[in-house]
Ligand binder design. Structure first.
Ligand SMILES: [Zn+2]
Length: 125
């Protein structure tokens, strides 16, 4: 897809809506490979020069998401990619698989998720 200011705005809007539903803080979005290369190296380490191969990349440690708009063929794939990456942010312990795909489908259908709590943050009283 061609990234113009209108599409950029739409993507930011979608990301905001889904981030709210998934109870995550909205990640910083990179929407071109140039933005990935311009970001600080330590933030994009591991998936920097290879990022162009993917529809999307999550840099979990830095709350940073790359959406490879140029590579994405259509609106449906775009929504799918945004939700996929945000599900990574909400469920950082989960790798790709059946459960992951189910969460993406639920997310796309508008499901909300409670905030992620690490065990160490659990308060015992
Ligand atoms: Zn993934």
């Amino acid at each position: 897809m061609k990234l113009d200011p209108e599409l950029r705005l739409q993507i930011l809007e979608k990301s905001g809506i889904y981030s709210n539903r998934f109870s995550i803080s909205e990640p910083t979005l990179l929407l071109t490979t140039k933005e990935v290369l311009d970001a600080p190296k330590e933030m994009t380490e591991g998936r920097r020069t290879s990022a162009y191969k993917y529809y999307g990349v999550s840099y979990l440690q830095h709350n940073l998401v790359f959406i490879n708009v140029r590579k994405i063929p259509d609106e449906k794939t775009l929504a799918n990619t945004i939700v996929h990456e945000l599900i990574h942010m909400r469920f950082p312990y989960l790798s790709h698989g059946k459960r992951f795909n189910k969460l993406v489908r639920q997310g796309l259908r508008g499901k909300s998720f409670l905030p992620y709590r690490k065990r160490s943050e659990t308060l015992v009283i």
